[in-house]
Write a new protein. Structure first.
Ligand code: NAI
Length: 248
């Protein structure tokens, strides 16, 4: 165990599985207290249990990040328990892919609500305390799709592009209080979702990637760790692409 996040309180949304869980592992390994926010109590409890089994400090709450009142209650509870929040990672995200002509308004609204409005709500509730602390790091999980666009993912691309613009605006608004706001834009990452893809499909995707392979959740977590660390104390408003060179 290292100590780059020693004594830091780190809130991560959507951390019961996938990239978010990997973030919790990496920040936990670095000595941070990780607090998981995700939809279902059982999944949250399970993730917290797994992290504690590894010797990391962890806590968690069942929260739908689109419900601003619940988010407010939970963030207040976290402040009551831990007195501060040093890092917020807005990681929770969903997809509801469809071509524009077939896309239902509900599909559009659901993706924008979770990916973009959810990040706004969490940022608003947490930044209130970070502004008082005069310190903090906020990291938004965007996507290379938010930079490149993608057929069949207009809602997702718009949400992630919006997240990059939100990142820059927050960086400008909070900068004078030494709160840094950055984004990470992963490319094609190996998660449960992608492990079931046929080998020839994966090989085809890999061909378009200069590093010729998919990334891992830990690759994404390492970029977030850097952005949250002291080594990045003069970096704000930026988006780091973790995509093996797919977009350049
Ligand atoms: P995932 O689907 O495995 O995990 C997402 C987590 O967010 C789940 O635990 C889910 O329960 C939670 N969540 C969803 N809606 C929520 C809500 N309203 N409130 C609270 N929690 C909620 O996804 P994955 O692959 O780990 O992705 C994490 C983030 O990384 C997402 O924002 C995604 O858009 C982004 N990303 C993922 C890529 C990939 O290749 N897997 C590539 C680029 C970006």
């Amino acid at each position: 165990m290292s100590d780059r996040m020693k004594d830091k309180i780190i809130v991560i949304t959507g951390a019961a599985r996938g990239i978010g869980y990997s973030l919790a592992e990496v920040f936990g390994r670095e000595g941070g207290k990780v607090i998981i926010l995700d939809l279902f109590q059982e999944a949250v409890d399970n993730a917290v249990y797994q992290l504690k089994q590894k010797g990391y400090s962890a806590d968690g709450y069942a929260v739908n990040i689109t419900d601003s009142q619940v988010v407010e209650t939970v963030i207040t509870q976290i402040i009551t328990n831990y007195e501060r929040i040093d890092v917020l990672i807005n990681n929770a995200g969903i997809t509801k892919d469809n071509l524009i002509l077939r896309m239902k308004e509900e599909e559009w609204d659901a993706v924008i609500n979770v990916n973009l409005k959810g990040a706004f709500i969490c940022t608003q509730k947490v930044s209130r305390y970070m502004l008082k602390q005069k310190s903090g790091s906020i990291i938004n999980m965007a996507s290379v799709i938010g930079v490149m666009g993608n057929a069949g993912q207009a809602n997702y691309a718009a949400s992630k592009g919006g997240l990059i613009a939100l990142t820059k605006s927050c960086a400008k608004e909070f900068g004078s209080r030494q709160i840094r706001v950055n984004a990470v834009a992963p490319g094609f990452i190996q998660t449960e979702m992608t492990t079931h893809l046929p080998a020839d499909v994966v090989a085809k995707y890999a061909e378009a990637i200069p590093l010729n392979k998919m990334g891992t959740p830990e690759d994404v977590a390492n970029a977030c760790l850097f952005l949250a660390s002291k080594e990045a104390e003069y970096i704000t408003g930026q988006t780091i692409l973790v995509d093996g060179g797919l977009f350049m």
